[in-house]
Write a protein that binds this ligand. Structure first.
Ligand code: CTP
Ligand code: MG
Length: 230
């Protein structure tokens, strides 16, 4: 089994509100994308393709040079960016991890758990964490339903797939990718919609948290500085 990774970094980071694209925002001494790429490398992933925001390919390429990742232009949605990354992979890999630069602290151990399940024969594996908040469905400002939290998981990246499956479902769902409003928000979503393959869930981890807002960045800074979540 040989694994490659697509590292999505082409988003603008609107909700973070920084001048630079989110992947280039610093966490400690290094941009988010570098933290994520290093951890993929530490988990033994040889080929890493990074999707880049338009006009910032050179900045991303310089940032990830130390892990010799390759850069490709991203697309109009995360889904389109992953499709572009997938098209740019070399021929060798038979499994593909899709990971977000917005989750810079996801650990090599988590990547190891995903790869283990693929090696055991699963074709789509994602990390999930039990939902902490009570989740309600709201319509017109009024609660219509409280969901059963015991059935829910919050899903993270990296997500791991048999390469042929990922290629097949991205082709099948390509029409959705033109805008974030129609696109799927994770790759497992394409597997669910366009294949009969079961998506397995392994234990996620707090440190694979996504950086969306300033609060998330402050928390990640504290985590990194503590040295407990490297
Ligand atoms: N991403 C991408 N291509 C896009 C949009 C997003 O590669 N067209 C990547 C982001 O760089 C990020 C991941 O997908 O690593 C998850 O997206 P998100 O957290 O939404 O990041 P942004 O889109 O950058 O943030 P925002 O939605 O606040 O603008
Ligand atoms: Mg986004």
């Amino acid at each position: 089994m040989r694994a490659s990774a697509i590292l999505t970094a082409a988003g603008s980071g609107t909700r973070l509100g920084s001048a630079d694209p989110k992947a280039l925002v610093r966490l400690g001494a290094d941009p988010l994308v570098v933290h994520a790429a290093r951890r993929l490398r530490a988990a033994g992933i040889e080929e890493i393709v990074v999707t880049c925001p338009s006009g910032r390919d050179d900045d991303i390429a310089r940032a990830v040079a130390e892990v010799s990742a390759r850069c490709v232009p991203g697309g109009a949605s995360r889904q389109a960016s992953v499709a572009a990354g997938l098209a740019a992979l070399g021929p060798d890999a038979d499994v593909v991890l899709v990971h977000d630069a917005a989750r810079p602290l996801a650990s090599p151990a988590l990547i190891g758990r995903l790869l283990e399940r693929l090696a055991a024969g699963d074709r789509a594996v994602i990390p999930g964490l039990a939902v902490i908040d009570t989740i309600k469905r709201v319509s017109g400002g009024v609660v219509s339903q409280t969901l059963d939290r015991t059935e829910l998981v919050a899903v993270q990246t990296p997500q791991a797939f048999a390469r042929d499956l990922l290629v097949e479902v991205h082709a099948a769902g390509a029409a959705l990718a033109a805008a974030e409003s129609t696109a799927v928000s994770d790759d497992a979503g394409l597997v669910e919609r366009f294949s009969d393959v079961a998506v397995s869930v392994v234990a996620g981890e707090d440190q694979a948290m996504k950086i969306t807002t300033r609060v998330d960045l402050a928390l990640a800074e504290a985590m990194l500085a503590s040295g407990q979540w490297s």
